[in-house]
Design a protein around this ligand. Structure first.
Ligand SMILES: [Fe+2]
Length: 295
């Protein structure tokens, strides 16, 4: 086995540059320090408290069903027994962000890459890139949900295909991932809830996404999302709201190739814009928004 390495972004004179790792490694569980387990415990307990009444029912139920607890960092091998029996997904350890095509191929084959290392205590409130807490606490529970699990695998297949079509197609598809898997909201009978991993793994954004007056909350619309730029350095200016996970699956059934061709002719939409064609749940006040910096 390769020695596991913790791979983080590099700070350079061009800003933060992502570093990609390709190695698949066995989770070095015995190597976690007491500090690592304590960081997990702190984040887990704090986030579960924040998510009560804020996260989707499906997310909370799935997390309990997997057997994740705050007392220690879970073992991927133990979670895999439960997860694989439920939906055929398995977790595998990685050192950091994977190259896109590798990532898509794993998802298409129901393998979810999980960063093995957890943030340092001084990074507890914010870390720029995915670590174990984001990946495991944020992404993995919904893989227990059959419909969402199918959506993630379909996304992987779509990614492999988009990669072959070109950069614009890939950008369109990445925006879909961003506004659903990472930052999606869902409408339940009793109100809006969070399901996106980037939100559920962040205390600040969990509150902001549901309770702040600043962001727009707009009904899910595949092509609209694929045109929309987003923020990577701050809370989102816009969240998109699905009615059910079935809606995601149905939206990804058609071949995207003609959609990509159509979108190539259109301007992208700034992260904070509201269009006449939008179904608006909440129009944001825009308070605190930076004027530029959309990607
Ligand atoms: Fe993520």
């Amino acid at each position: 086995m390769n020695q596991p390495r913790r791979v983080e972004n590099l700070q350079t004179d061009k800003g933060k540059v992502p570093v990609y790792a390709t190695g698949i490694i066995e989770q070095p569980w015995d190597g976690y320090s007491d500090d690592d387990h304590a960081t997990w415990a702190t984040l887990y307990a704090r986030q579960r408290e924040v998510l009560a009444g804020r996260a989707s029912r499906e997310f909370l139920e799935a997390q309990d069903a997997m057997g994740m607890t705050p007392d220690r960092i879970p073992k991927f091998s133990e979670l895999n027994t439960v997860l694989e029996a439920a939906t055929g997904w398995t977790l595998m350890g990685v050192e950091g962000l994977l190259p896109e095509l590798d990532f898509f191929d794993h998802l298409a084959n129901r393998r979810f890459p999980v960063t093995w290392w957890i943030r340092r205590p001084d990074q507890i409130d914010y870390i720029e890139e995915p670590d174990l807490f984001h990946d495991l606490f944020g992404h993995v529970p919904l893989l227990m949900n059959p419909v969402f699990g199918d959506y993630m695998a379909a996304y992987g297949r779509g990614g492999v295909k988009a990669h072959g079509i070109g950069a614009n197609a890939l950008q369109n598809l990445t925006r879909l991932y961003w506004y659903t898997v990472e930052f999606g909201l869902i409408r339940q009978d009793d109100g809006l809830r969070i399901y996106g991993s980037g939100i559920v793994s962040s205390k600040g954004e969990s509150i902001h996404a549901l309770e702040s007056d600043a962001p727009n909350r707009i009904g899910f619309d595949l092509e609209r999302i694929m045109r929309t730029r987003y923020r990577i350095d701050d809370f989102q200016k816009t969240y998109f709201v699905i009615d059910s996970f079935d809606q995601l699956i149905q939206a990804t059934e058609p071949d995207f190739t003609p959609i990509y061709a159509r979108l190539a002719e259109l301007e992208s939409v700034p992260a904070g814009s509201v269009l006449d064609t939008d179904t608006v749940h909440t129009r944001g006040s825009g308070v605190g928004w930076a004027s530029d910096g959309d990607v």
